[in-house]
Design a binder for this molecule. Structure first.
Ligand code: ADP
Ligand code: MG
Length: 698
């Protein structure tokens, strides 16, 4: 075994699972499917649940239809074919003098799992059939020899993969723990453990993998959840300190004269929430520390105006500003809005997108470098191109969730860092925001500008189709416009596939909407073409756009107040909400009809919640609950490593505490340079150094 020669504890902990007692090459291959490669991985492979054997029910005490677990020994395995592709597998389990029959229909592969003499725990819904108890398709936990001692105990239940039984998994984890557990070092200082009433790593591992009682497992889990969140928040606070301490920005002071000049250019009074955000932003801009702020606000709450304010402040301070949008359509829309607003001001605007010719781009870049452009608006092309700004003071990133990663590094200009304002229209629950964007300051716009019309939302089925189209046509004849959102073909489909747009257009043009001007809009069209269609739609040369979710992002046509969404059950809540945002932009009320065939409870709940409120933050919370951990608002797209045991929703309280602790640690020791933090610092760097772009410490 290579581990016997390995010298350091860490090397020993990295022993491949294959060399552990009871594993071997074949099981090692299966463990790889669970991303378990080393002894260390197994030790930190946490149970997803526990089976409390003290809660087992005797077969004779079972109650019809009441879920329960029993334990016993398999006496007989009986498999019968009952027709082509059909079969019944019966497994007879004896518990003292009583019997229970576990049955599976048409699952012949299950037969291999069982044989006589096996000790099993069977969980499911019991029914009394004929003269004995039965459970159809129960969950069966096959015990290893000697796993159920006298008096009962609590057994960990691990996530499994095909070919590895629960009992075997337990043995392997325990083998890793026994052989190498003592090599694990405590990363948290003793005084810290005491102060926060946390178990030591060894106590916690023992209790999480080998609890004597269920209550113990909570304390043990708490230690690991807290540690995971502490590491995350330390990463955030380190990054924040680095951005603050190591870089300097050009201050953009906003005094009352500048403020007045800017407000005179704006076509309306700003809302209270907008003003609050501007207040926070102005405060940041005035400092030599680069601003690093996330502005979140639902679609249509007026984030653009806030960013316009900030950009004008930058220009007033004689520096340049860049605005980056996720699509060309949106970049051009921003450019038009700004050009219109600033038609009387001496602000020079440039637009940089992928569709510029080489010559045009070259020209534009020259102007930017010479300081002849004040506002540069564009797409990703802005960071994909080597741009030298004469004096870049501010960068605004719109619809940040579309970009995925933290791309700020690319726009660092010589000598100083620009201020950063990142905007997102995806309302994120507070705990997620702290978790994922804990290094940013947060401004929130909650209320939309006054006079905003609500959208009437209907969830409908086929029966209501004719009536809906009647209404749709009536509104179109009154001069309104609308969207029909084509169904997604499958869940993985992104906005750049064609989906059913073509078919739908064909169908509607020859049927329900034949008297109107229809056009398609989808992600496969070249940007210039998309933009042309959007512009004609904005000029009302088109009545209805048949579109994929490409319209989801920020397009603003106030006269468009109608929307039909097909196969609504296939859309996520956030996506539905973004789509609805397209039709609440003008002075007319909006009407949205979602045709859906929800098949699961979750999708029913999702649609109900969607029809029940237009508050994006409320919907985000619901979405968060329905989606569960693991699928956290682009957590993965942001390059964040998965959380192993913490759940930002469930563990919100611990998150707040970990955050507080992390920031108080880095307030006194901004680089975690103290010897007592050494191990923890290493852990932070290994886990988040890359994804959060935390530079070398020390
Ligand atoms: P967001 O970017 O947050 O989705 P926008 O900035 O595009 O929202 O604003 C949506 C619409 O509301 C735009 O038509 C904009 O002109 C308008 N608007 C923004 N702020 C105000 C305000 N304070 N009063 C009235 N209308 C506003
Ligand atoms: Mg916007």
């Amino acid at each position: 075994m290579p581990d016997s020669r390995a010298s350091t504890p860490l090397e020993r902990l990295r022993t491949p699972v294959q060399f552990l007692k009871g594993v071997g090459p074949q099981r090692a291959e299966k463990l790889a499917r669970l991303q378990l490669y080393t002894a260390l991985d197994l030790i930190f492979f946490f149970p997803r649940d526990y089976q409390d054997l003290r809660e087992l029910v005797a077969v004779e005490d079972l109650i019809e239809d009441e879920p329960a677990s029993i334990s016993g020994v398999i006496e007989q395995v009986d498999f019968r074919g009952t027709g082509p592709g059909r079969s019944i597998l019966g497994v007879l389990v004896r518990d003292n003098q009583a019997y229970l029959r576990a049955i599976w229909f048409n699952q012949p592969f299950m037969r291999k799992r069982f044989h006589e003499g096996q000790h099993v725990v069977v969980s499911g819904k019991p029914r009394f059939e004929g003269n004995r108890w039965e459970m159809a398709h129960p969950v069966v936990d096959i015990m290893e020899m000697g796993e159920i001692p006298e008096g009962g105990k609590v057994l960990p239940v691990y996530p499994l993969t095909e070919g590895i039984r629960q009992g075997v998994m337990r043995k392997m984890v325990h083998a890793a723990l026994d052989a190498f557990g003592s090599d694990l070092e405590e990363v948290l200082p003793e005084s810290f453990l005491e102060q926060h009433e946390l178990l030591t790593i060894h106590e916690a591992l023992n209790k999480i993998h080998r609890p004597q009682a269920r209550e113990e497992t909570d304390v043990a889990r708490k230690r690991f959840i807290y540690q995971e969140l502490l590491v995350l928040q330390l990463a955030m606070s380190l990054r924040k300190h680095q951005l603050n301490d190591r870089r300097s920005a050009i201050p953009i002071p906003v005094d009352f004269r500048v403020d007045e000049r800017i407000r005179r250019l704006l076509p309306f009074e700003l809302t209270e929430d907008q003003n609050q955000a501007i207040h926070e932003i102005s405060h940041d801009l005035g400092r030599t520390i680069p601003m690093n702020r996330l502005l979140q606000g639902d679609v249509g709450t007026g984030k653009t105006m806030v960013s316009v304010y900030a950009m004008l402040a930058a220009v007033a301070a004689k520096s340049q500003a860049a605005l980056m949008a996720p699509t060309e359509v949106l970049a051009k829309q921003h450019a038009r809005t700004l050009t219109k607003l600033l038609s009387h001001a001496k602000v020079r605007i440039g637009v940089l997108t992928g569709s510029l010719s080489d010559k045009e781009r070259e020209n534009l870049l020259k102007q930017v470098a010479a300081g002849e452009i004040d506002l540069l608006i564009g797409t990703q092309a802005i960071i994909a191109t080597e741009i030298t700004f004469k004096k870049l003071g501010l960068v605004i990133i719109d619809e940040q969730h579309k970009f995925g990663v933290r791309q700020r590094a690319a726009l660092r200009s010589a000598g100083s860092d620009p201020h950063y304002l990142v905007m997102t229209a995806t309302p994120i629950p507070r705990t997620v925001a702290l978790g994922m964007f804990g290094d940013l300051d947060l401004s929130t716009i909650r209320k939309a500008p006054p006079g905003r019309q609500t959208v009437n939302t209907y969830i409908a089925d086929e029966d209501q189709r004719a009536k809906w189209w009647d209404f749709f046509r009536k509104k179109l004849r009154e001069g309104r416009q609308g969207y029909v959102i084509a169904p997604l073909v499958d869940e993985t489909q992104r906005e750049d596939t064609l989906g059913g747009v073509e078919q739908l257009l064909e169908h509607l043009a020859n049927g329900e909407l034949e008297e109107f001007r229809l056009e398609m809009l989808h992600g496969r069209m070249p940007p210039a073409e998309k933009d042309a269609v959007m512009q004609r739609f904005a000029r009302h040369e088109i009545d209805v756009l048949i579109a994929t979710t490409v319209v989801e992002v920020g397009v603003d046509v106030p006269n468009a107040v109608l929307m039909t969404i097909e196969s609504g059950e296939r859309f996520g809540l956030a996506q539905l909400h973004q789509l609805r945002g397209r039709i609440s932009r003008g002075q007319h009320p909006g009407y949205l009809c979602v045709f859906a065939n929800p098949a699961t409870d979750a999708s029913k709940e999702r649609l109900q919640a969607f029809a029940g409120t237009t508050d994006g933050f409320e919907l985000a919370e619901v979405d968060f609950q329905l989606r569960g951990p693991g699928d956290l608002f682009g957590w993965k797209q942001h390059g964040m490593p998965p959380l192993r045991i913490a759940d930002l929703q469930r563990d919100g309280e611990l998150l707040a505490k970990a955050r507080q602790d992390a920031f108080s640690i880095t307030d006194t020791d901004p680089n975690l340079a103290g010897a007592k933090w050494e191990k923890l610092r290493r852990m932070v760097m290994i886990r988040y150094g890359k994804s959060l772009d935390i530079g070398d410490l020390g």
